[in-house]
Ligand binder design. Structure first.
Ligand code: RP5
Length: 162
Protein backbone atom coordinates (compact mmCIF):
# COMPACT_ATOMS: atom_id res chain seq x y z
CA UNK A 1 0.00 0.00 0.00
CA UNK A 2 1.29 3.51 -0.85
CA UNK A 3 1.42 6.21 1.79
CA UNK A 4 -1.83 8.22 1.82
CA UNK A 5 -1.55 11.77 0.44
CA UNK A 6 -5.21 12.73 0.94
CA UNK A 7 -7.14 12.57 4.19
CA UNK A 8 -10.87 12.00 3.81
CA UNK A 9 -12.35 12.78 7.21
CA UNK A 10 -15.89 13.24 8.48
CA UNK A 11 -17.72 14.24 11.61
CA UNK A 12 -19.59 10.95 11.92
CA UNK A 13 -19.65 7.56 10.28
CA UNK A 14 -23.17 8.55 9.17
CA UNK A 15 -21.46 10.96 6.72
CA UNK A 16 -19.70 8.14 4.88
CA UNK A 17 -22.48 7.42 2.34
CA UNK A 18 -21.95 11.03 1.17
CA UNK A 19 -18.14 11.11 1.46
CA UNK A 20 -17.68 7.76 -0.28
CA UNK A 21 -17.87 9.51 -3.67
CA UNK A 22 -14.69 11.44 -2.84
CA UNK A 23 -12.91 8.15 -2.26
CA UNK A 24 -14.21 6.76 -5.53
CA UNK A 25 -12.85 9.77 -7.44
CA UNK A 26 -9.45 9.35 -5.76
CA UNK A 27 -9.53 5.63 -6.61
CA UNK A 28 -10.11 6.47 -10.29
CA UNK A 29 -6.84 8.45 -10.29
CA UNK A 30 -5.04 5.91 -8.09
CA UNK A 31 -4.40 8.55 -5.43
CA UNK A 32 -3.80 6.88 -2.06
CA UNK A 33 -5.97 8.20 0.76
CA UNK A 34 -6.93 7.50 4.34
CA UNK A 35 -10.40 7.70 5.90
CA UNK A 36 -11.37 8.61 9.45
CA UNK A 37 -14.04 9.97 11.79
CA UNK A 38 -13.01 13.13 13.66
CA UNK A 39 -15.84 15.04 15.28
CA UNK A 40 -15.31 18.74 15.99
CA UNK A 41 -17.82 18.55 18.84
CA UNK A 42 -17.56 14.99 20.18
CA UNK A 43 -13.79 14.44 19.81
CA UNK A 44 -12.27 17.94 19.60
CA UNK A 45 -8.80 16.98 20.81
CA UNK A 46 -8.59 14.03 18.40
CA UNK A 47 -9.62 16.36 15.55
CA UNK A 48 -6.93 18.92 16.47
CA UNK A 49 -4.27 16.23 16.81
CA UNK A 50 -5.16 14.94 13.34
CA UNK A 51 -5.05 18.41 11.80
CA UNK A 52 -1.71 19.28 13.42
CA UNK A 53 -0.01 16.01 12.46
CA UNK A 54 -1.40 15.40 8.96
CA UNK A 55 1.21 17.37 6.98
CA UNK A 56 4.10 15.74 8.86
CA UNK A 57 2.74 12.29 7.97
CA UNK A 58 2.72 13.10 4.24
CA UNK A 59 -0.90 14.15 3.78
CA UNK A 60 -1.10 16.90 1.14
CA UNK A 61 -4.85 17.69 0.96
CA UNK A 62 -7.64 17.16 3.48
CA UNK A 63 -11.24 16.57 2.46
CA UNK A 64 -13.51 17.16 5.45
CA UNK A 65 -17.24 16.47 5.39
CA UNK A 66 -19.79 17.26 8.07
CA UNK A 67 -23.47 18.00 8.44
CA UNK A 68 -25.64 20.33 10.50
CA UNK A 69 -23.44 22.57 12.66
CA UNK A 70 -20.60 21.54 10.40
CA UNK A 71 -17.52 22.95 12.12
CA UNK A 72 -15.06 20.20 11.20
CA UNK A 73 -13.64 21.64 7.94
CA UNK A 74 -13.11 25.11 9.39
CA UNK A 75 -11.58 23.91 12.63
CA UNK A 76 -9.26 21.55 10.78
CA UNK A 77 -8.24 24.40 8.46
CA UNK A 78 -7.39 26.48 11.54
CA UNK A 79 -4.88 23.88 12.73
CA UNK A 80 -3.12 22.79 9.50
CA UNK A 81 -1.27 24.58 6.69
CA UNK A 82 -2.69 22.06 4.18
CA UNK A 83 -5.50 22.91 1.75
CA UNK A 84 -8.86 21.82 3.18
CA UNK A 85 -11.86 21.00 0.99
CA UNK A 86 -15.17 21.16 2.83
CA UNK A 87 -18.11 18.95 1.89
CA UNK A 88 -21.49 20.03 3.29
CA UNK A 89 -23.39 16.85 4.16
CA UNK A 90 -27.19 17.10 3.78
CA UNK A 91 -29.08 15.90 6.85
CA UNK A 92 -32.79 15.20 7.40
CA UNK A 93 -33.65 18.80 8.23
CA UNK A 94 -32.84 21.96 6.22
CA UNK A 95 -31.57 20.01 3.16
CA UNK A 96 -27.90 20.71 3.90
CA UNK A 97 -28.27 24.48 3.76
CA UNK A 98 -27.20 24.60 7.43
CA UNK A 99 -24.13 22.47 6.60
CA UNK A 100 -23.24 24.68 3.63
CA UNK A 101 -23.50 27.92 5.58
CA UNK A 102 -21.52 26.44 8.49
CA UNK A 103 -18.64 25.61 6.16
CA UNK A 104 -18.56 28.30 3.49
CA UNK A 105 -18.47 31.56 5.42
CA UNK A 106 -14.93 31.37 6.85
CA UNK A 107 -13.13 34.34 8.35
CA UNK A 108 -10.34 35.92 6.26
CA UNK A 109 -7.07 34.09 6.77
CA UNK A 110 -8.54 30.60 7.22
CA UNK A 111 -9.71 29.34 3.81
CA UNK A 112 -11.85 26.27 3.17
CA UNK A 113 -12.57 25.32 -0.46
CA UNK A 114 -16.26 24.50 -0.13
CA UNK A 115 -17.97 22.28 -2.69
CA UNK A 116 -21.72 21.97 -3.23
CA UNK A 117 -24.07 20.24 -0.77
CA UNK A 118 -23.27 16.55 -1.09
CA UNK A 119 -20.56 17.36 -3.66
CA UNK A 120 -18.04 14.79 -2.49
CA UNK A 121 -17.12 13.63 -5.99
CA UNK A 122 -16.04 17.15 -6.90
CA UNK A 123 -14.10 17.31 -3.62
CA UNK A 124 -12.17 14.22 -4.71
CA UNK A 125 -11.58 15.64 -8.18
CA UNK A 126 -10.47 18.99 -6.74
CA UNK A 127 -7.99 17.18 -4.50
CA UNK A 128 -6.61 15.42 -7.60
CA UNK A 129 -6.23 18.78 -9.36
CA UNK A 130 -4.39 20.25 -6.36
CA UNK A 131 -1.96 17.33 -6.36
CA UNK A 132 -1.69 17.50 -10.16
CA UNK A 133 -0.37 21.06 -9.97
CA UNK A 134 3.00 19.55 -8.99
CA UNK A 135 2.66 16.16 -10.70
CA UNK A 136 2.92 15.99 -14.50
CA UNK A 137 1.61 12.42 -14.76
CA UNK A 138 -1.45 13.19 -12.66
CA UNK A 139 -2.07 16.37 -14.66
CA UNK A 140 -2.02 14.39 -17.91
CA UNK A 141 -4.55 11.97 -16.47
CA UNK A 142 -6.78 14.85 -15.36
CA UNK A 143 -6.58 16.32 -18.87
CA UNK A 144 -7.59 12.94 -20.32
CA UNK A 145 -10.47 12.74 -17.83
CA UNK A 146 -11.70 16.15 -18.98
CA UNK A 147 -11.48 15.08 -22.62
CA UNK A 148 -13.57 11.98 -21.80
CA UNK A 149 -16.13 14.17 -20.07
CA UNK A 150 -16.39 16.36 -23.15
CA UNK A 151 -16.70 13.35 -25.44
CA UNK A 152 -19.55 12.01 -23.29
CA UNK A 153 -21.54 15.18 -23.88
CA UNK A 154 -20.76 15.13 -27.62
CA UNK A 155 -21.92 11.49 -27.83
CA UNK A 156 -25.17 12.33 -26.06
CA UNK A 157 -25.74 15.26 -28.36
CA UNK A 158 -25.06 13.05 -31.41
CA UNK A 159 -27.57 10.48 -30.09
CA UNK A 160 -30.20 13.21 -29.84
CA UNK A 161 -29.68 14.15 -33.48
CA UNK A 162 -30.49 10.61 -34.72
C1 RP5 B 1 -22.20 16.10 12.42
O1 RP5 B 1 -23.40 15.68 12.93
C2 RP5 B 1 -21.73 14.95 11.58
O2 RP5 B 1 -20.86 15.40 10.60
C3 RP5 B 1 -23.01 14.40 11.00
O3 RP5 B 1 -23.28 14.93 9.72
C4 RP5 B 1 -24.06 14.91 11.98
C5 RP5 B 1 -24.87 13.80 12.62
O4 RP5 B 1 -24.02 12.87 13.23
P1 RP5 B 1 -24.61 11.53 13.85
O5 RP5 B 1 -25.61 11.93 14.91
O6 RP5 B 1 -25.27 10.76 12.71
O7 RP5 B 1 -23.43 10.78 14.41
O8 RP5 B 1 -21.27 16.43 13.38
Amino acid sequence: MSTPVVGVIMGSDSDWPTLEAAGQALDEFEVPYEVGVYSAHRTPQRMLDYAREAAGRGIRVIIAGAGGAAHLPGMVASATPLPVIGVPVPLKHLDGLDSLLSIVQMPAGVPVATVSVGGARNAGLLAVRMLAAADDDLRERMTAFQADLEQLVLDKDAALQQ
